[in-house]
Design a protein around this ligand. Sequence first.
Ligand SMILES: [Zn+2]
Length: 190
Amino acid sequence: MNRIGREFSVLNVKELSYHSIINAIRENHVQFTAEFNPAEGRYFLTGHRADRKGHQTTIVYSKNIPENLCCPQCGKKMNLGVQQRCLNLQDKNIRPIKRDFIHLIPLTEVLAYSYDIKNPNAKKVKTVFGELMRYFPSEIAFWQTENLREKIDTLLPEKVVQEIIAVQQGKFQFDPPGYDGIYGKLKIGS
Ligand SMILES: [Zn+2]
C-alpha cells in the first residue's frame, strides 16, 4: 500500500480529455517524472552480504568490479548491480533527452526513520500517516506543497518536521546503497 503511485509522469495538457492526454504523450509534453531512487533498490551495487556462507565481511563494488564477477571471499559469482549494468549499456554517441525528475521516498519510510521504528508498516507509522493525510488530498500533493513546514509544524514533533523538509529539499541519500538483496539504507540530512 505504501508503494502505490511511486513512479509517475506529469503531462502538460490543455484540458482533461482523451485527445488532449494522448496528444501530450505522443508529442512528449512531459513536465517531469517521479522516480524511485535507484540506490534504494536491492541490487544497485555489485557485491555479497557479510552473512553469506564463507564470508567474514561485506564485499561491495561501485567500480573496478572483477571481470568474471567472482567474489574474492567465497568464490561464488556475484549479481552485476544495476548501476554497472546502466554504465555498460551507455552509448556515448547518443545524447539522452534531458528531463526534469524528482526522487520520492514513501512518506511511511520517512516517518519510520524519524520515529526510529524499523518497520514502515508499524501501527504507529500508519497512525501518523493517516493523521497527516487528513490535511492533504494525497501523498503526492503533500510532497508538492509549498510552505510545507507551516502546514505540518503543529502536527508533528520538530525533529520529524525537519527531516520531512530535508527530504522534500532532496537532502537524503542511501548509504550504503542496495546490494545483494538488501535495500539501500536511508540517511536523511545533507
Ligand atoms: Zn561472496
